[in-house]
Design a protein around this ligand. Structure first.
Ligand code: G6P
Length: 650
């Protein structure tokens, strides 16, 4: 990753050429590719493992040894199974492959089977292709190719690309021999016919030193090496392989050979790519002794929150400062309304953000699911700015919602973790979380960093308006306590582990909180659902009597977030209502609280902090509770079923 420590200026500088068409956007899945002198297979398998966090259900590789046919191995399952299959099919005395592409697939068109897994071969093994994205006009193309005699082995939209390229090279070469120029032209002709989105890596049977990569709406990075080059759909497979990278932009293709990389743009022809430094601490993608990434990331929160704060507190003016908003102070002071949008956990952050900004800055805020905002056509007044909140920066709905808002002339900003991601590049400005790579599918440290950034943003807007210097100082003092307070909150782990043992067999959970801790309740319930597969609902505690209270019985635990503060008494009476109906109660408190203790079956203590920062602290035990329950139920914590880290399909 490129380090842009707290400036965020890259938001403006590395914006890609024209925006991709407002199409169906991207898909999850991961791509790797290698060309060079080393053993391609081992890079491909390690790279695919590093991409596992994105979520997938099948995997495959295609490799080529000089004057051999393309070998494809695919499995419906994990990369570990692919590795076993690769070993099983290894041929004694084989020279290592110098070239290969690999893929992890998250099924969209057709179920997770070896046939539907990538790579796909085109034209009887003339080319092999891996594809991220969705081809919307694949049915027409498939019909046309079938009429020409091409046979399809899969139900995917991607296979048409392989056959189209194969068809192209055969036509271009005619009776003569195939050249690299033919391959490039065949790819260009093919992508000109595709409607939708793609990140592609392609290899050709006739060339054991050539890969072609192409991008439109689905990220691709080229790793620049010495006598070897790499391709990947994000930077994680490149860590340790190279320190120099090229982000491919939309409508670019890269002709990648062991000692050269040529980048061609659809409209501008050959261009000189900008080589950037890959500044990714490989430590951060290692488990470092933790059993799971999720646990490691929960424990990293004191550090990730510190990183979100670093360089952004302006003591002299009792405010926060951001280098990458790319709006003048005058423009920011003139903001009349803010829309916060996102998906999943990031949408929960937006809900906290609404409370924070409205309370501290007195600016009206609306929170929208990005998946709704992109298709609704709400009237939006001038003076409205939109923040897309996203860990990955690749969520298709968030990207599309921001594009739609941008098209209508509103400034779009991102609160994003992954540097150089699509949303970071396309937004007009933004704030990076600097939380480091988040690998566990269930978001933890990104959530608390988002809340930290939103609190600073609320302070910043507040100080542009009515918040006094003294009030700004008090807010800063609370913000600066956060890393230490979250460190102390982690001490509840042992207590949470014991509580998990009592309740892990429950089939329903309720999570209840009010005001700032209503979104905390939603997030707690989401964590449990995601990784333990227990049905859980989060509610504003008072809403419970309008329906969910009917679920309360002796088998349904209710988790109450009940720290001291303005709504403490109210939450306490909601808690009594549950207790009166025989429901087990687990309470999260920030004081030795005899009232709550008397009514609760189990109490979790966290340190006390001002109410606007409570969601950050109270989330810690809820993350740990979900983690411990998932472990006891034997669930795959880091790679829960059906979920993906980065949801790049609609
Ligand atoms: C997926 C992940 C969630 C995440 C959501 C939004 O569903 O599993 O953990 O909250 O996408 O992702 P983003 O990267 O935009 O924050």
């Amino acid at each position: 990753m490129v380090d842009i420590r707290c400036s965020g200026l890259r938001y403006a500088r590395c914006r890609p050429s024209p925006l991709t068409p407002f199409a169906k956007d991207l898909t999850m899945c991961g791509i790797v590719g290698y060309v060079g002198r080393r053993d391609a297979t081992s890079y491909l398998l390690t790279g695919l493992q590093r991409l596992e966090y994105r979520g997938y259900d099948s995997a495959g590789i295609a490799t080529l040894r000089s004057s051999d046919s393309i070998r494809v191995i695919k499995v419906a399952g994990r990369v570990a199974e692919l590795e076993t299959e690769v070993r099983r099919r290894a041929i004694d005395g084989d020279v290592p492959a110098s070239l290969g592409i690999g893929h992890t697939r998250w099924a969209t068109h057709g179920p997770a089977t070896p046939e539907n897994a990538h790579p796909h071969l085109g034209g009887n093994g003339l080319v092999a292709v891996v594809h991220n994205g969705v081809i919307e006009n694949f049915e027409n193309l498939k019909e046309e190719l079938s009429d020409k005699g091409y046979r399809f082995a899969s139900q995917t939209d991607s296979e048409v690309i392989a056959h189209l390229i194969a068809d192209g090279v055969q036509q271009l070469a005619g009776d003569g021999s195939l050249t690299i120029q033919h391959c490039i032209e065949a790819v260009q002709q093919t992508i000109a016919r595709l409607r939708g989105t793609y990140g592609l890596a392609i290899l050709f049977r006739e060339f054991d030193d050539l890969l072609i990569a192409a991008r439109c709406g689905s990220p691709l990075v080229i790793g620049v090496g010495k006598n070897e080059q790499f391709i990947a759909s994000d930077t994680s497979p490149l860590v340790g392989a190279t320190e120099r990278i090229i982000y491919l932009a939309d409508h670019q293709i890269a002709v990648v050979r062991p000692d050269s990389i040529q980048v061609l743009h659809r409209d501008q022809g050959r261009i000189r790519p900008e080589i950037q430094a890959l500044n990714n601490d490989s430590q951060e993608v290692q488990l470092e002794g933790y059993e799971h990434y999720m646990l490691k990331e929960i424990y990293e929160q004191p550090k990730s929150i510190q990183n979100a704060l670093r360089g952004r507190i302006d003591h002299d003016n009792a405010t926060a400062k951001f280098g990458g908003l790319n709006l003048t102070t005058g423009q920011l002071r003139a903001v009349q309304r803010i829309i916060l949008t996102g998906c999943g956990t990031s949408w929960h952050s937006a809900l906290v953000g609404e409370y924070l900004i409205e309370e501290l800055a007195r600016i009206p805020v609306e929170v929208e699911y990005a998946s709704e905002l992109r298709y609704r056509n709400p009237p939006i007044d001038p003076g409205t700015i939109i923040f897309g909140i996203t860990q990955s920066g690749e969520t298709a709905d968030t990207l599309a919602a921001l594009r739609e808002m941008k098209r209508k002339g509103h400034p779009t900003l991102a609160i994003c973790n992954v540097i150089g991601s699509s949303i970071a590049q396309e937004a007009d400005g933004g704030i990076y979380l600097h939380a480091g790579p988040e690998i566990g599918v269930a978001s933890t440290k990104a959530f608390t960093s988002q809340l930290t950034v939103l609190a600073m943003l609320a302070l910043y807007f507040g100080r542009l308006r009515h918040v006094s210097f003294e009030a700004g100082q008090r807010i800063i003092a609370q913000l600066e306590r956060l890393p230490a307070i979250v460190e102390q909150a982690l001490a509840c782990h042992e207590q949470v582990r014991e509580i998990a043992k009592k309740y892990y067999q429950a089939t329903n959970f309720l999570y209840l909180g009010r005001k700032y801790n209503f979104p905390t309740a939603l997030e707690g319930a989401l964590k449990l659902k995601e990784i333990s597969y227990i049905h859980a609902e989060g509610y504003p505690a008072a809403e419970m009597k309008h329906g969910p209270i009917a679920l309360v019985d002796e088998h349904t635990p209710s988790v109450f977030i009940v720290p001291q503060g303005t709504v403490y008494d109210k939450v306490l009476s909601n808690l009594q209502e549950v207790k009166a109906r025989g429901g087990p109660v687990i309470s999260v408190v920030d004081h030795d609280d005899p009232h709550v203790a008397k009514l609760s079956d189990d109490v979790i203590h966290v340190p006390s902090i001002e109410d606007f920062l409570q969601p950050i602290v109270a989330s810690v035990p809820l993350q740990l509770l979900a983690y411990e329950i998932a472990l006891l139920r034997g669930c795959d914590v880091d790679k829960p079923r059906n979920l993906a880290k980065s949801v790049t399909v609609e």
